[in-house]
Design a protein around this ligand. Structure first.
Ligand code: ADP
Ligand code: MG
Length: 235
């Protein structure tokens, strides 16, 4: 699904990614956790071809990124919402759906499905400038889900989303995963990392551990991913 090979990237003298290798297979949810500023968003953008790596490469669905032809297979949710504030929620979904070549009845069906997943059905007629931060996050997630992408890349998708809805979103992510979708998320919510098939710890420009939550906890002799993180951070 997605493979990063020895990706290095600096901004000026600041070496952010120091040789990242990472793989996400179909039917897997993989999370990247790491402190703020550790390069999670930069890694995602580099893998999707939105930042140019100094060395290394990323492959999505066996194609070297960036590759325009497969962008339609990727549902990307950026860390900061890129929405049209003057349009309604519905109009935003319509616009991004059309960009993914959805039209007519199919477009309508998909909009009502993704809006339901993020619990925005009742708010679609409101202008986005009147949405709360959490509602905007939910709309961005709905947009990423449009068009049934094979790969979902979600940068901190559940920030500002309340626990009940967060659970609902996770149910949907599992459903997608069980249909063979590959999912990469970044999160700083440690208990969300527990819900993933594999967790990568990004620290000092490197993925210093990549394993199942269970193995990570056993190896470090702790009970939670938060403790794994604290343990390796100090080392
Ligand atoms: P994270 O998502 O883990 O919080 P980021 O990937 O956003 O971290 O940022 C990693 C580091 O790279 C930070 O120090 C940030 O200031 C820096 N950075 C990110 N984007 C740019 C850019 N376009 N130009 C210069 N520095 C950047
Ligand atoms: Mg980030």
């Amino acid at each position: 699904m997605l493979k990063a090979e020895n990706i290095k990237l600096s901004f000026g003298d600041n070496e952010i990614l120091k040789g990242i290798n990472l793989e996400i297979k179909e039917g897997q949810v993989v999370s990247i956790i790491g402190p703020s500023g550790s390069g999670k968003s930069t890694l995602i953008k580099t893998m999707l071809g939105m930042e140019k790596a100094d060395t290394g490469k990323a492959l999505v669905l066996d194609k070297i990124m960036p590759e325009r032809k497969i962008l339609g297979n990727i549902g990307y949710m950026a860390q900061s919402d890129a929405l049209y504030e003057a349009l309604t929620g519905y109009e935003n979904l319509e616009f991004f759906g059309q960009m993914k070549n959805l039209k007519g009845e199919k477009l309508k069906e998909e909009i009502s499905y993704v809006a339901e997943v993020v619990d925005l059905s009742a708010d679609l007629k409101k202008q986005v400038e009147n949405y709360s931060g959490g509602m905007k996050r939910r709309l961005s997630l709905a947009i990423a889900l449009l068009g049934k992408p094979k790969l979902l890349v979600l940068d901190e998708p559940t920030v500002g989303i309340d626990p009940a809805l967060r659970r609902k979103i996770w149910r949907e992510l599992y459903k997608q995963r069980d249909n063979g979708v590959g999912i990469l998320i970044t999160t700083h919510v440690m208990d969300e990392a527990e819900l993933c098939n594999k967790v990568g710890l990004l620290l000092g420009g490197k993925i210093i551990a990549f394993d199942t939550p269970k193995n990570l906890k056993e190896k470090n002799n702790v009970n939670t991913i938060e403790d794994v993180f604290l343990t390796v951070e100090v080392k």
